[in-house]
Write a protein that binds this ligand. Structure first.
Ligand code: BGP
Length: 463
């Protein structure tokens, strides 16, 4: 069977500034929370490899953009690092950063690659975190100024912007489950952070619209459909609904509908965790919804009614109300420990089509991180990652079905084009279409990279 995608479909991949550029001596970038956390707790990072060891895009962007061409990209997403562009968080712009981002943008245009620029990928400048990060409304204002500066500097050429990548993840990592700095465990503070992030996004959209820029602006959310252990068990269904409210709807609804769901508000109220807010900000969220959505999809969330003991009795934690359900027989990526459930991508298509006014979206991340890929190197010296090709095809089949049924999907971006530094997992799992030799920085296209080019050229594949 042939799976052909709509005309002008985006085929490409995503990366982020902190994971591909890192910091280079003399580049004028200030520290972000990753640089700092690595300084104080290097043991939290796989093999003790920190954010200075990225895939050297800062130095090799020209070469890498040629690799994008060679792997069939017609579009590409990266992010601007706030700590690079405005090292103090507010005020003075770093000229070297402007030159660098201009070069990257111009080089992508020269190569006919559509650019999506994201403004924030987990990378709070340290100076802003020291002011309280997203808990402090002043940081929201500073972010809006930073966004405005980006539009002023690059908006003449960049026509697709996103305000945040996976804004729920810094809430989970930094304020619930201890896998991002500042390692707080407190759902009430997490709710404040989430709300301020949604507000920051709306404020950036407001600036964008007021400036009369002639492009589009959206947000990238990692949607993890919540599946109850049993549809017949009312307690499981309720638990799955709470997880959905906390981890999907908490950003989906304000971003697309401009409002929070009433049951999320009630849930937070009952837990004395409603964030502080001002009426005028509620209006800003209402009036500044997104033009489009980026959807990162890696895995579903399986949920059952709470069975385990509540660990933090005196603190509000969403998971006081549900347990993760380890479904027997689930297909899994053992290196990452994530379930692989291809149909989830189709379910997202259906949810967006039926509950979110069929908003235009693209798959902005999907991918498979694998450990020790070196063992798959063939005689010709490149990695034969057939499992990655299968993974992509299996997801695309379901995406195709979603599109056939009317979902407004405009593209598919893989995470990621070249093996890169992945937060606390550093280089443990490799995701790239292109292999990176960490010693020599040599880049070698994998089998999946060659296949991806065909996929893009044929605007689909046969299966
Ligand atoms: C997404 C992030 C990416 C990337 C990817 C892979 O959540 O947006 O930045 O890292 O996940 O996950 P990980 O690096 O944790 O394996």
């Amino acid at each position: 069977m042939k799976y052909i995608f709509p005309e002008k479909f985006w085929w490409g991949s995503a990366t982020s500034g902190p994971q591909s550029e890192g910091t280079v001596k003399g580049d004028g970038k200030s520290k972000n929370i990753w640089d700092y956390w690595f300084e104080i707790a290097p043991e939290r990072f796989f093999d003790g490899v920190g954010p200075q060891n990225t895939s050297t895009f800062y130095q090799n962007y020209k070469k890498d953009i040629q690799l994008l061409k060679q792997t069939g990209h017609n579009s590409f997403r990266t992010s601007i690092q706030w700590s690079r562009l405005i090292p103090e968080g507010i005020g003075e712009v770093n000229d070297k950063a402007v030159v660098f981002y201009n070069n990257v943008i111009d080089e992508l245009i020269k190569n006919n690659i559509e650019i999506v620029i994201n403004l924030y990928h987990f990378d709070m400048p340290l100076c802003m975190q020291q002011k309280g990060g997203w808990e402090n409304k002043k940081v929201v204002e500073a972010y809006a100024e930073y966004a405005k500066k980006c539009f002023e500097l690059f908006g003449d050429r960049v026509k697709y912007w996103t305000t945040f990548n996976e804004p729920i993840v810094p809430v989970e990592g930094g304020y619930l489950y201890d896998f991002h700095y500042p390692n707080v465990i407190d759902g009430k503070r997490g709710a404040q952070v989430a709300y301020h992030t949604a507000l920051a996004s709306a404020k950036a959209i407001q600036c964008y619209k007021e400036m009369g820029q002639n492009g589009q602006i959206g947000i990238i959310l990692n949607l993890t459909p919540s599946y109850p252990r049993s549809e017949q068990n009312a307690e499981d269904v309720k638990a799955a609904h709470i997880a959905d409210l906390c981890f999907n709807k908490s950003f989906l609804e304000p971003a697309i509908k401009g409002e929070y769901p009433q049951d999320l508000i009630e849930f937070l109220k009952q837990n004395n965790a409603l964030p502080q807010y001002e009426q005028e900000d509620i209006e800003i969220i209402k009036n500044n919804t997104v033009d489009f959505l980026g959807v990162n999809y890696y895995r579903p969330r399986r949920i059952k009614a709470k069975e385990s003991d509540v660990i933090y009795k005196d603190i509000f934690m969403p998971d006081n109300y549900f347990d993760e359900y380890d479904m027997p027989g689930r297909k899994e990526n053992p290196y990452r420990g994530w379930e692989i459930y291809e149909k989830g991508i189709y379910d997202i298509c259906t949810i967006l089509r039926t509950e979110y006014n069929n908003i235009p979206f693209f798959i902005s991340e999907n991918g498979m991180g694998v450990e020790n890929e070196q063992k798959y190197i063939n005689e010709e010296g490149y990695i034969e990652d057939d499992y990655r090709i299968e993974f992509i095809k299996d997801h695309l089949k379901w995406l195709h079905k979603g599109i056939e049924e009317g979902a407004n999907c405009k593209g598919y971006h893989l995470w990621t084009f070249i093996d890169c530094w992945s937060w606390t997992n550093a280089y443990k799992n490799r995701y790239g279409l292109v292999a990176l030799d960490l010693e020599t920085q040599k880049r070698t296209i994998k089998k999946s990279g060659k296949w991806f080019k065909e996929l893009s050229e044929n605007n689909g594949f046969e299966y």
